[in-house]
Design a protein around this ligand. Structure first.
Ligand SMILES: [Zn+2]
Length: 487
């Protein structure tokens, strides 16, 4: 081997491996002089809101003042009591330091403002303080944002704002404001909505948001993506999907009591236009890889199939704020499991060909999934009418497997091509019923989802029809009075 090549190879192998941790929100309660966050349940609600809006793998440079390099900022405390000069606080890498407090805020639910630090020292240092290595923030128009953090204030008058702090919405009364929803909205402001150059550079002279990702996503109720008068929210009634259903964007000027809302596809697109980079499904710890460490992470959190509100790092990868088998399907469909960092593999995932047969025996109720020459890593069968019998522990024996009346889920990351479930459904069901009742999803080894699944009736194999993957999502709509958020 040529010695130069050998040297180059050695250098390549010896290059330091960059470790990624993803974006971290560090909520800082030191200025909460009214004691709004003394109750640990309130802190947990705020932390949960942070997890629900954190998909990001961005790496922010640390800001560690040293020698002549420092920073300072005129800083109104989040409790509103005074303005101080905040200076030279060390900010760790990837971390946004967010000062939070309750305070009197007549007429408003909450308020978000940036910290706006000024670096003092060399030009390189000043740029580090201002951009944190997000170099697109220096472009014109700016395409990125690297904030130090910010401050969040919440209305602490229980007469004016009856807050709901529970993680669950089971007891969310019609006159209560969901704290998690409001906190998510405010944290999104700190990520740059209305306060960053890269946001403002995507607002045109007619007050419309023109970022390319947001434009591509669009909104059926606000096709021009018009912003409100403060240029920090979309106009009222701007709708976009969340969990397959249209809801008002979280970037709305107000919020309804008695309801929890989540960031819609449009909200997330705006954040990508500002410069935030989302992780791939499955990458729970946001280190740019989907591997077994991610599964360890989410199962250590322990929300699987429990109906507990969950963010990205808790295992919600299919955008319904829950961690269940559908998230594992979503993640495995990326084809990136244990394949190394996302960028190299993500584009290599190809759509699958061929078909899989779901065989139903009307005499016994047996269901057999046969994928013949394709290897499955996961398979999910759901029933709208909850027709399944349970107790298939012999076949559904994996740690992630689900064996319920409404859902069968099998995961085997080594792959499988047949799944036999005896007496899974009642005997004597018609083909028409099965086609209406059942929904199928799954993933193939190496990535990709199921394309065509044929339903085969035993003993009459003539009726071969295609089952389509579908979701029906219904939520009640009811009239409410909205409350102003923060402007
Ligand atoms: Zn707002």
């Amino acid at each position: 081997m040529n010695r130069n090549i050998l040297l180059a190879l050695t250098c390549l192998l010896a290059a330091p491996i960059t470790s990624y941790a993803g974006l971290i929100f560090d909520f800082d309660y030191r200025y909460d002089s009214y004691g709004f966050f003394d109750d640990p349940d309130r802190r947990e609600a705020l932390e949960t809101a942070g997890r629900l809006v954190n998909w990001y793998v961005d790496d922010l440079d640390s800001i560690i003042p040293e020698g002549d390099n420092g920073w300072s900022s005129f800083f109104t405390l989040p409790d509103g009591t005074q303005t101080i000069i905040l200076s030279d606080l060390p900010i760790p890498a990837d971390t946004m330091q967010i000062f939070v407090a309750g305070r009197p805020l007549p007429g408003r639910l909450a308020q978000a403002e940036d910290t706006g630090p000024l670096g003092i020292g060399t030009e390189e240092w000043a740029n580090r303080v201002r951009y944190r290595g997000e170099l697109g923030a220096m472009d014109d128009p700016a395409t990125d944002f690297g904030p130090m953090g910010g401050r969040l204030s919440f209305n602490n008058d229980p007469e004016e704002v009856p807050w709901h702090f529970d993680l669950s919405t089971d007891n969310l009364d019609s006159d209560e404001f969901d704290f998690i929803t409001v906190a998510m909205h405010e944290i999104i402001h700190l990520l740059g909505i209305g306060i960053s150059v890269s946001f403002n550079d995507h607002v045109d002279s007619q007050n419309r948001f023109v970022g390319p990702r947001a434009v591509a996503v669009g909104s059926p109720t606000n096709p021009n993506l018009e912003l409100d008068e403060f240029e920090a929210h979309f106009i009222s009634d701007t709708k976009s999907p969340w969990n397959g259903e249209l809801q008002e964007a979280l970037l709305a000027p107000g919020i309804y009591p008695g309801e929890r809302a989540f960031p819609t596809r449009l909200d997330r697109a705006v954040l990508r236009d500002i410069g935030w980079e989302e992780a791939i499904p499955g990458d729970a710890n946001r280190d740019r890889e989907f591997n077994s460490t991610d599964l360890l992470t989410v199962f250590q959190v322990g929300n699987y199939e429990l109906g507990i509100v969950s963010g990205w790092s808790d295992g919600d990868w299919n955008d319904n704020a829950l961690f269940e088998s559908g998230d594992l399907v979503e993640a495995l469909q990326t084809g990136t499991y244990e394949q190394g960092p996302q960028a190299a593999i993500f584009t290599a995932a190809a759509p699958s060909e061929g078909e899989i047969v779901l065989e139903y025996d009307p005499q016994t109720g047996d269901i057999v999934v046969d994928s013949e020459n394709q290897i499955l890593t996961s398979f999910q069968l759901t029933s709208e009418e909850n027709i399944f019998t349970t107790g298939h522990g012999e076949s559904l024996n994996g740690i992630f497997d689900v064996d319920r009346a409404d859902k069968i889920f099998k995961l085997n990351v080594d792959g499988f091509s047949e799944l036999r479930l005896e007496s899974l459904a009642p005997a004597g069901l018609s083909e028409d019923f099965l086609l209406t009742d059942l929904s199928i999803d799954g993933s193939l080894l190496g990535g990709g989802g199921l394309e065509n699944v044929r339903l085969s009736m035993v003993p009459e194999p003539s009726g071969l029809l295609i089952l389509l993957i579908g979701l029906v999502l219904l939520r009640p709509l009811f009239g409410r009075i909205r409350r102003r958020l923060d402007h």
